[in-house]
Ligand binder design. Structure first.
Ligand SMILES: [Cu+2]
Length: 267
């Protein structure tokens, strides 16, 4: 008899605690919903460039530019376990838009303003990362000189749009986009048939790291090379990093190209 009462008490206790946890999570999501956006168009191109990256991402990638603005955009498919190791960009500012959520993005609070001083033990020193388990259509913004990376921790392939907006410090690249299309085109495997994917070679995997600085990136070769710890307490100041004006300018530029506006070049 006593045993049953103990079990019932324990069960009620567990139910109450999980109820409180679920309620608090929902309440906090309702109070601080992540910044999200419904749709991001792709420039309509006849033969878009498709690349299998050394981080195992399938990219359809394009670059657009006007007189004073340039960016590269990709719609990516990220297979289970796919995604780049932590890295730092110097020439571009990056937007992540995981349509279905589920991808885990890592971000530093610390900045690494000097490209010749990467976050290694020997140079600027490693740093802590904070992870955010993304919600569907959430926008995560990462200005240049912060460290970030991401992974698909699930067992299904998940989509993500990434946009790399040229920063004013960037040198001029072929597509006037800050260099990310040029980087992936140089170090990735070009896809001619989506049903018959190429294999990424060891040389391409090495180039992903060794060639990165040419394109304004310090790319780590393994998970903890730049990282001391990973916390799931994503700080509020990082969640607040947003740049809707620039994201809207990207969308307007793509829409203008798709509506035949000759002042926009995409390729
Ligand atoms: Cu990045």
């Amino acid at each position: 008899m006593l045993k049953i009462r103990t079990w019932v008490t324990a069960l009620v206790f567990v139910l109450v605690i999980s109820g409180v946890v679920i309620f608090q999570t929902q309440a906090s999501l309702a109070k601080n919903p992540p910044y999200s956006i419904d749709n991001i168009p792709m420039p309509k191109l006849e033969n878009p460039l498709r690349i299998l990256t050394p981080a195992n991402e399938i990219f359809e990638i394009a670059s657009c530019s006007t007189k004073d603005f340039g960016f590269a955009i990709t719609t990516a498919q990220i297979p289970p376990g796919g995604g780049p190791m932590p890295h730092v960009h110097y020439y571009i500012n990056e937007f992540f838009w995981p349509q279905k959520g589920g991808l885990e993005i890592f971000h530093s609070e610390r900045k690494f303003p000097d490209m010749s001083n990467p976050p290694t033990v020997e140079a600027a020193g490693r740093a802590a990362l904070y992870s955010v388990e993304t919600q569907p259509k959430q926008v995560v913004y990462s200005p240049h000189t912060f460290m970030h990376g991401f992974v698909n921790p699930t067992t299904e392939t998940l989509p993500m749009v990434m946009i790399w907006v040229r920063d004013e410090v960037a040198p001029d690249f072929e597509y006037h986009d800050g260099g990310m299309r040029e980087y992936f085109s140089a170090v990735g495997a070009h896809i001619t048939d989506l049903n018959n994917l190429p294999t990424v070679t060891d040389a391409q995997r090495n180039a992903f790291v060794s060639q990165a600085p040419k394109f304004g990136i310090n790319q780590s070769a393994f998970m903890m090379q730049y990282v001391t710890s990973i916390s799931d307490k994503f700080p509020k100041n990082l969640a607040k990093l947003q740049n809707p004006q620039t994201l809207n300018k990207v969308i307007e530029t793509i829409n203008a190209f798709n509506n035949d506006d000759k002042s926009v070049t995409c390729g």
